[in-house]
Design a protein around this ligand. Structure first.
Ligand code: ADP
Ligand code: MG
Length: 344
């Protein structure tokens, strides 16, 4: 019998394949697979539920990842998915698998980072599971949150003429990753080398210690804006805009010149002879929020520094265009992080 390699499907294809016949048995399941979190009926609120898994050698390299940051990030990336539903995170559960290479002190550092994230975002760590691993470290975090029913933002609510908005700036986490990988090679060649990484401090922090955008969710609440759709940017702008378009049955036009990129990100991009826009579109792990709003809400956000309007939604689902700074129309394709891609 012919066997199908996983690489023939890619990550999203594989998820679609595995989940194609999954039935739901509980009436309380309002949203199952297909958004940043699941949503479960809880009276006036919906309970939000999500999980992310970090694997040594795939999601982090222990050579240059401070363990405290790793613990922090493992919580942060899950909270980001709760915020992407316009929700408030409440509890997390932590599963770890550890190889014998790790010491108690190392695990303490990971937990210090987790506790710090829990303290900052006022989330309770309420359980988990601990086991050994044959090789490497695995951290699996499940996060729970809540949102009033009339405030939830799915990926599927974008409508024609809505404005497409993004928080913060994009591509920084990928810039940080490239700098770390470069320094790793330099260090391997010359273990005595003492790199000066100060000039890259911002992008390194974007990679190693991302902050989920609670402040943006709070700001939208304060401005009385409920986005028509929202997703967090874990795989790059291109991939996420396509998720919103596919889920909402709409198209999109975004303008390259409107995409926010920090100067340090642009500097690194130029050093690597890559277009900064490519970092923003296809780099991963920025954990910013991408959302759409009704045009009527434009005045409420136009002056906000942390939010950029980068384009608009169109009726035609076949249209996902990037208008380049020079005026060319380029079809947006997802090339984001695909763990199963053959060349990755
Ligand atoms: P995100 O990037 O927001 O974490 P993913 O792209 O990882 O979301 O997942 C997309 C959707 O598929 C989510 O609803 C997620 O819960 C679901 N999903 C991912 N992997 C699996 C799996 N192995 N089994 C069931 N559902 C999955
Ligand atoms: Mg997400």
């Amino acid at each position: 019998m012919n066997k199908t390699p996983i690489t023939s499907l890619g990550e999203f294809g594989l998820i679609d394949h595995l989940t194609r016949n999954i039935k739901q048995y509980d009436n309380g399941t309002i949203k199952g697979i297909g958004d940043d979190t699941a949503a479960i009926d809880a009276g006036d609120d919906l309970i939000l539920l999500t999980k992310d898994l970090l694997v040594e050698g795939v999601h982090f390299n222990i050579m240059y990842t401070p363990l405290k940051h790793l613990g922090y990030k493992s919580i942060a990336v899950n909270l980001s998915d709760i915020y992407a539903m316009n929700g408030t995170p409440t509890q997390v559960i932590v599963g770890i698998a550890i190889s014998s290479r790790y010491t108690v002190e190392a695990l303490d550092e990971i937990y210090d980072g987790m506790k710090l994230a829990c303290e900052k975002y006022k989330v309770d760590l309420v359980g988990g599971d601990t086991t050994s691993s044959v090789s490497g470290l695995f951290i699996s975090v499940t996060a729970m949150g809540k949102v009033p029913k009339d405030k939830i933002t799915y990926r599927s609510g974008a409508k024609a003429n809505d404005l497409i908005c993004v928080s913060g700036n994009l591509g920084g986490a990928y810039a940080g990753l490239l700098v770390l990988e470069r320094e790793k090679e330099v260090f391997k060649a010359n273990p005595q080398s003492q790199p000066d990484l100060n000039q890259f401090a911002y992008v390194l922090e974007r990679q190693l210690k991302p902050e989920p955008r609670k402040d943006i969710v709070d700001l939208l609440m304060e401005k009385e804006i409920v986005p028509t759709s929202m997703i967090d940017i874990s795989d790059g702008l291109a991939s996420e805009i396509l998720h919103i378009c596919k889920s909402s049955g709409v198209g999109a036009v975004i303008y390259e010149e409107k995409i926010p990129v920090d100067v340090q990100t642009a500097t690194v991009a130029h050093e690597f002879k890559i277009d900064p826009t490519t970092f923003a579109l296809n780099g991963g792990e920025d954990y910013e929020l991408l959302f759409t709003i009704n045009q009527e809400d434009y005045d409420k956000i136009s002056a906000l520094e942390e939010i950029a309007v980068i384009g608009h939604i169109t009726e035609n689902p076949a249209q996902t265009d990037l208008i380049s700074t020079s005026g060319n129309v380029i079809t947006i394709r997802a090339q984001g992080w695909d763990s199963f891609r053959e060349d990755s």
